[in-house]
Design a protein around this ligand. Structure first.
Ligand code: GLY
Length: 345
């Protein structure tokens, strides 16, 4: 037990004994603690659109910033970027042309969580999620309530639909189906592929403190009110300060059914390396996929990716199909190939 102090050890032992005396069911089912050596330098890992974000988060943690604050500074770069049409300002809208944003975060050292779903008019849902974490006894606020909460803290209500996103929405609406009343716009039709996009970012500091955040505009052209995996603690992201942090991008509905971020952290808890933990979660995703989502060879007809870092600073990512991820390894930020389960045909 190299990192378990005598006081911690006695405390843990006393807790078990007390639990046994009281017949407490929770002690018997408590997840085993993992005691590890934290990394020498901060590590940040996330989706490929987070290259700038992992670099900023890693650098800020190196300068002493808290891991959650740093992770949110990292994803805010994408939330405020009108050219990232999968996150925050400029995100692709729902079926009705309204941008609805989802985000969640967890802070390992304090074991707190916050989230917002279907939030309209606020550019930085990750920061609103952090305010839920900091200032309320709740975890998830949605819709109009989430917006009023944000406004009460001085967030500005703004139009999040950029000209670029509105154009994409109008084209989708025009080409939606042969029986609708909209005339087709064939030359640049985007039928078939429904853009998804999200940013997930997970950070560990040299003290072994972990945090995670995920933020998204969700599935483009979604039914109004649809909330994906990103604002759901345990699906879009999850962080356990004893073990590691993980998060996801891609088809949220498929992740929601397996609580994929939580599952990935649990795989790491039982000793899997981050990449293997992500792959194991993806195998569960395939096993729980409905037949309508699989091709004749049983392969998913969608993409889903997981990113993970453990308390020691080991990191990894995996997806159903080849993709890339961003990492700050303590020295520099880079894009790397993720592991994958299937080759594209
Ligand atoms: N993973 C993002 C979403 O499905 O909304």
């Amino acid at each position: 037990m190299p990192d378990l102090s005598r006081r911690e050890f006695l405390g843990a032992a006393t807790g078990v004994a007390a639990g046994a005396m009281l017949g407490s069911p929770t002690v018997g089912h408590a997840a085993p603690a993992v005691h590890v050596r934290p990394p020498a330098r901060p590590v940040a890992v996330g989706s490929a659109n987070g290259l700038r974000g992992v670099e900023l988060a890693g650098r800020l943690v190196r300068e002493g910033m808290d891991t959650l604050d740093a992770a949110i500074e990292g994803v805010k770069l994408q939330e405020l970027d009108p050219d990232d049409m999968s996150v925050g300002y400029g995100g692709l809208p729902n079926e009705a042309g309204v941008v609805q944003l989802d985000a969640s975060c967890m802070h390992g050292p304090t074991r707190r969580a916050g989230a917002v779903g279907a939030l309209e008019g606020i550019k930085t849902p990750s920061v609103v999620a952090k305010y839920v974490l900091l200032y309320t006894d709740h975890i998830l606020l949605v819709g109009e309530g989430a917006k009023q909460f944000a406004l009460s803290y001085g967030f500005l209500e703004e139009n999040l639909l950029t000209e670029q996103s509105r154009e994409r929405w109008l084209r989708w609406r025009a080409n939606r189906g042969p029986d609708d009343d909209w005339l087709d716009v064939p030359e640049t039709a985007q039928m078939g592929l429904r853009p998804t996009g999200t940013i997930n970012l997970n950070v560990v500091s040299p003290k072994g403190e972990l945090s995670s955040v995920t933020t998204t505009s969700g599935l483009a052209w979604k039914i109004p009110g649809r909330v994906g995996d990103s604002p759901i603690i345990g699906a879009g992201q999850y962080c356990d300060n004893d073990v590691g942090a993980a998060g996801s991008t891609g088809r949220g509905e498929s992740n929601l059914k397996v609580c994929g971020a939580f599952l990935t952290v649990e795989h790491m808890r039982r000793g899997l390396a981050p990449t293997d933990a992500c792959l194991e979660t993806l195998r569960r995703v395939v096993a729980t996929s409905e037949a309508r989502l699989l091709d004749p060879r049983g392969r998913p007809q969608f993409q889903l990716s997981f990113y993970a870092v453990n308390k020691e600073g080991q990191f990894g990512a995996a997806a159903l199909y080849p993709t890339r991820f961003a990492v700050f390894d303590g020295t520099a930020a880079a894009i790397r190939d993720a592991a994958h389960l299937f080759e594209r045909s």
